[in-house]
Design a protein around this ligand. Structure first.
Ligand SMILES: Cc1ncc(COP(=O)(O)O)c(C=O)c1O
Length: 460
C-alpha cells in the first residue's frame, strides 16, 4: 500500500496526533495546528502530502550533504542488505563495511584518528566520548579527572550525558542535571561581545576555560568538549583568536580535547572537518549526520593515538557498545556517501556555494532594518534578527520573533530554523546558483513578512 497516496493529509495528521510523540515539540500546540507531512524529496527539495514543493534550507537536519534521493546510496544499501543485512561486532567478529569505513575515516583525517568506534546517533557518539575520556583517566591512574567542561548554548545531543554536556538550560531543567559537568560561556561575539572587538572577545571567552580549570582543579578535569562552531546553539562561529587559545589551555593543563563534529564533519564548513577550518587538534571527535548524509542512522567516535594507545594497550575490557555499532548496511551507505562527496568535489562546492549564498544574502538583506548580522562558513550560516541594528539588541524572549520568521518560511515552502531570534540554515552542498537565488528570495520574503508583523505587534 502506498500510504502517502492512500491517506489524506487530514488522516495523517489525526493519526500523528493520536500516536506519534515528536522530538523537541510542544505537543499541545502541534496537535492544534497539525503536522506537515513530508512524503518525498529530491535534490534540495522536499514535497509534502499536499504536493507542495519546499526548499530545504536545513538539509534535513544538517545532514543531507549530497542532497536527497541519490540512487547511489539506495543501491549501496540494497546491495549490502542482500549480502549481509546485519551482524554485530561484539564477540570477536567484524564485517567488511565497518572495517572499510574505519580505514576510510583514518585516511580522511590524515591518520590523526586511526580508530573509529561506531554508534547510531550523534548523541551516542558523544556519550561514547564522555565515557572514554573518563575511562582514559582511570587507565592513567588519575580517576579524579571526571569533570567534562562544555559551553552555554553547546548542543551535544539528547541522551542524559549528551544533554548534561550540552549547555541548553531548558534541557537541564526538564530532566535534572547529571553531576560531573561544568559549562563556560559561548564564544558568541554578536550576542555577548558588547563593544569588544571579536578578537578581544575571543580571548576573553577562551580565558573562561582556564579560569574554570583553575576553579575546579586540573586534577579533577577530564576534558573539554566543544563543537568547532556551535550549530544548534545558533551557528555561533568563534572569533579567530578563540580556538588557538583553547588549544593552548588544554595542552597547558593536559586535559583532553574533544571536537563534536556532528554538524561540521564531512564538508559542512567548506573543509572536510571543522577541525581543519578552525585548526583544532583534538584527541577525540564525534561525527554523524554528514557521514551518511542522513540516509541511514550512523555515527562514530574517532579516537586519536593518545587515547587509542591507552585504550588498546592498557585498557583491558572496554565495557561499552551498541547492538548496531558498525551496522554493515549503515557503513556501506556511509562509504557510498563519502565516494559521492569525493567524486563530485562537494567539499569545495560547499565552500564556493557558501560564499555565493552569503554574498547574495548580504546584498539583499544587510541593510534590512530587522537584520543585525549575516554570518557563516562553508554552507552553514545564520541571520540575526534584531530590534536595533546599531546596538545588536535582542527582542524580548516572549515576543518569539525567530519563531514568527520560521513560521513565515514554512508557510512559504522554505525551511530555515529559528534558534532564539537567530535564523539558521545549512542547505545541501549540491545547491546550484539558481537555487541560491531562490533561497535568498525566500529568506528575504519571510524576513519582510516578519518585519511587518513585528511592527504591527508594536515591537519596533
Ligand atoms: C554538535 C551535535 N552533537 C550531537 C548531536 C546529537 O545528534 P543526534 O540527534 O543524532 O543524537 C547534534 C544534533 O544536532 C549536534 O548538532
Amino acid at each position: 500500500m502506498d500510504t502517502a497516496v492512500t491517506f489524506t493529509t487530514k488522516q495523517w495528521q489525526e493519526l500523528d496526533a493520536a500516536h506519534f510523540l515528536h522530538p523537541f515539540t510542544d505537543h499541545k500546540s502541534l496537535h492544534a495546528q497539525g503536522s506537515r507531512i513530508i512524503t518525498r524529496a529530491k535534490g534540495v527539495y522536499l514535497w509534502d502530502s499536499e504536493d507542495r514543493k519546499i526548499l530545504d534550507g536545513m538539509a534535513g537536519l544538517w545532514c543531507a550533504a549530497v542532497g536527497h534521493g541519490r540512487q547511489e546510496l539506495v543501491d549501496a544499501a540494497a546491495r549490502q542488505m542482500s549480502e549481509l543485512s546485519f551482524y554485530n561486532a561484539f564477540f570477536k567478529t567484524a564485517t567488511p563495511p565497518a572495517i572499510a569505513l574505519a580505514h576510510r575515516l583514518a585516511e580522511l583525517t590524515g591518520q590523526r584518528f586511526k580508530h573509529a568506534f561506531f554508534a547510531c546517533s550523534g548523541s551516542e557518539a558523544v556519550d561514547s566520548i564522555i565515557r572514554t575520556m573518563r575511562h582514559y583517566w582511570n587507565i592513567k591512574g588519575q580517576p579524579s579527572r571526571q569533570v567534562i567542561i562544555g559551553r552555554t548554548y553547546g548542543y551535544h545531543g539528547s541522551t542524559i550525558a549528551g544533554s548534561a554536556a550540552g549547555g541548553m538550560s531548558d534541557m537541564h531543567k526538564q530532566a535534572g542535571q547529571a553531576p560531573g559537568f561544568s559549562h563556560i560561556m559561548a564564544p558568541y561575539w554578536y550576542g555577548l561581545g558588547g563593544s569588544e572587538t571579536p578578537e578581544e572577545f575571543g580571548l576573553r571567552a577562551a580565558k573562561a576555560l582556564e579560569d574554570r580549570i583553575l576553579e575546579l582543579g586540573a586534577e579533577n578535569v577530564a576534558g573539554f568538549l566543544a563543537e568547532p562552531l556551535q550549530g544548534a546553539g545558533g551557528v555561533i562561529i568563534p572569533p579567530a583568536t578563540y580556538w588557538p587559545e583553547i588549544q593552548r589551555i588544554c595542552r597547558k593543563y593536559d586535559i583532553l580535547l574533544a571536537a563534536d563534529e556532528v554538524i561540521c564533519g564531512f564538508g559542512r564548513t567548506g573543509r572536510w572537518f571543522g577541525s581543519d577550518t578552525f585548526q583544532i587538534e583534538a584527541d577525540l571527535m564525534s561525527v554523524a549526520k554528514g557521514l551518511t548524509s542522513g540516509y541511514i542512522p550512523l555515527s562514530a567516535m574517532l579516537v586519536g593515538s593518545r587515547v587509542a594507545n591507552a585504550l588498546i594497550d592498557e585498557g583491558g575490557e572496554y565495557n561499552h557498545g551498541f547492538t548496531y555499532s558498525g551496522h554493515p548496511v549503515a557503513c556501506a551507505v556511509a562509504l557510498a556517501n563519502l565516494d559521492l562527496i569525493e567524486r563530485d568535489g562537494l567539499v569545495d562546492k560547499a565552500a564556493i556555494q557558501g560564499e555565493k549564498l552569503r554574498a547574495a544574502l548580504r546584498a539583499r538583506l544587510a541593510d534590512h532594518p530587522l537584520v543585525g548580522e549575516i554570518r557563516g562558513v562553508g554552507l552553514v550560516g545564520a541571520i540575526e534578527l534584531t530590534a536595533d541594528k546599531k546596538t545588536r539588541a535582542f527582542f524580548p524572549e516572549d515576543a518569539g520573533v525567530g519563531l514568527r520568521c520560521r513560521n513565515h518560511c514554512f508557510r512559504n515552502d522554505f525551511i530555515m530554523r529559528a534558534v532564539r531570534d537567530t535564523m539558521v540554515f545549512a542547505p545541501p552542498f549540491i545547491i546550484d546558483d539558481e537555487q541560491v537565488e531562490e533561497f535568498v528570495a525566500r529568506a528575504a520574503h519571510a524576513i519582510d513578512l516578519t518585519y511587518a508583523e513585528v511592527q504591527d505587534a508594536g515591537l519596533l
